[in-house]
Design a protein around this ligand. Structure first.
Ligand SMILES: Cc1cc2nc3c(=O)[nH]c(=O)nc-3n(C[C@H](O)[C@H](O)[C@H](O)COP(=O)(O)OP(=O)(O)OC[C@H]3O[C@@H](n4cnc5c(N)ncnc54)[C@H](O)[C@@H]3O)c2cc1C
Length: 380
């Protein structure tokens, strides 16, 4: 048995939500141990475009992504399956940075702030007598007063906790690669193809992130990713140009399946859930990373309040977290779900894309509905 400090906090999962919570809580002097099953640095399937709503907060945490070369992005381009385009300025803008570099950078920042990172897989969590007992595969049982679950969209712990969404099959598959080729530095493009869409933008080293999501049923009819790309995606001439005018950086693209956008609980057996573990917005909205970072801020501030006695009980902590999470994200999750339903149905998607590309002014409205406002931070 380890970690008997009174206010000890365990964070399970070292993606954006977990790492940002670790930096924030450690900066406020709280003892934090974070478990991450994989080593840093590591590539992840992700579009790697982050809304600027989180930039002031990351700068406040002394973890400025621009310091590691993140590319500033302020233009958005949407194309239909046949290549008709519509462009808009991104009102808030964003930046492009690979998860390989960003997660590693944040992990180093967390360690500098005093957080302990253990590379191990958490296998079980048990809450009793106001204490969490967290079991990890190699390092045994650890105790904590507070536990944050930031284990992402689909984890062994979702099965262990018997969360309802895990029983539903998801129809989506996602593929990501990095390419070397010409593409404007300040642009994020969303190119549609039959049954899916593909995001393209630059990351810190000038490589292109090319990440697509497709309907699994359509996808599996093709021999491999390459034939899917040529026979389905190339019908959009912009996608053909992206692939044909570049060379792959990865030997093989990364793929994931079973991506669920179902409703999830924000607190599970007294553990506060952050990031995708609490709910995932459709990547079409390009906002999951911002939500992961923002939810980490909400949880961290409340935990600091609880540790200092300003929040009187665990029950109050949990209910404040649940309500603040919903107040902050409910609306955009709903819009994301609506868009996802439209894009799942080809006829509606086509009609919607027609509207977006023919009626000026619609695109900025949709962008606004799915993005948040800059996260307020205390004055320096
Ligand atoms: C195809 C696709 C494209 C996307 N594009 C974008 C985009 O362009 N912009 C955007 O903002 N968002 C995008 N997103 C969403 C974004 O990737 C997620 O919202 C974000 O990664 C969530 O961060 P997280 O910290 O919650 O989870 P993750 O980053 O997934 O981190 C969870 C971590 O927990 C670890 N873990 C899991 N179980 C355990 C365990 N038992 N023990 C220890 N560690 C464990 C995992 O190894 C992982 O590192 C996209 C998502 C997809 C699927």
């Amino acid at each position: 048995m380890q970690d008997r400090q009174a206010n000890h906090i365990i964070i399970i999962g070292g993606g954006l939500a977990g790492l940002v919570s670790a930096i924030h809580l450690s900066r406020f002097g709280l003892p934090v141990t974070l478990f991450e099953k994989n080593a840093y640095p590591r590539h992840k399937v992700c579009g790697e475009y982050i809304s600027n709503e989180v930039l002031p907060y990351l700068q406040y945490l002394d973890a400025d992504p621009l310091s590691i070369g993140a590319k500033r992005i302020n233009r958005f381009l949407l194309s239909t399956t046949r290549g008709k385009i519509s462009e808009a300025r991104l009102p808030l803008g964003g930046f492009g940075v690979s998860r390989y570099t960003l997660d590693h950078f944040l992990a180093q920042k967390a360690i500098q702030q005093g957080c302990r990172i253990i590379q191990d897989t958490v296998t079980d969590i048990h809450f009793e007598n106001d204490t969490f007992r967290v079991s990890a595969k190699d390092s045994g049982v650890h105790e904590a007063r507070i536990t944050i679950g930031s284990f992402g969209k689909r984890s062994n712990l979702d099965i262990r906790l018997d969360r309802s969404f895990i029983r539903n099959k998801s129809p989506f598959v996602a593929v990501k690669t990095h390419l070397q080729g010409g593409f404007p530095e300040d642009l994020v493009a969303l190119h549609n193809f039959e049954g899916g869409y593909c995001g393209v933008s630059q990351v810190e080293n000038g490589n292109l992130n090319v990440c697509f999501m497709a309907n699994y049923k359509t996808f599996q009819q093709y021999k491999n990713i390459d034939s899917f790309r040529r026979e389905v995606m190339y019908k959009n001439p912009h996608l053909e140009a992206v692939f044909e005018n570049s060379v792959p950086v990865f030997e093989q693209p990364l793929t994931i399946s079973q991506i669920s956008f179902s409703d999830k609980t924000r607190v599970e057996d007294h553990m506060l859930l952050c990031g995708d573990a609490a709910g995932m917005i459709h990547p079409l909205c390009g906002n999951g990373m911002a939500m992961a970072i923002h939810s980490a801020k909400i949880a961290s501030e409340l935990i600091i309040g609880y540790s200092s006695g300003k929040i009187a009980s665990r029950q109050e902590l949990e209910s404040l977290y649940t309500s603040q999470w919903s107040d902050t994200f409910r609306y955009r999750i709903r819009t994301g779900r609506l868009l996802q339903n439209f894009f799942g149905k080809d006829n509606i998607a086509r009609a919607m894309m027609y509207g977006v590309t023919h009626i000026p002014g619609i695109l900025p409205v949709i962008i606004k509905q799915t993005h948040g406002k800059p996260i307020p931070v205390p004055a320096a």
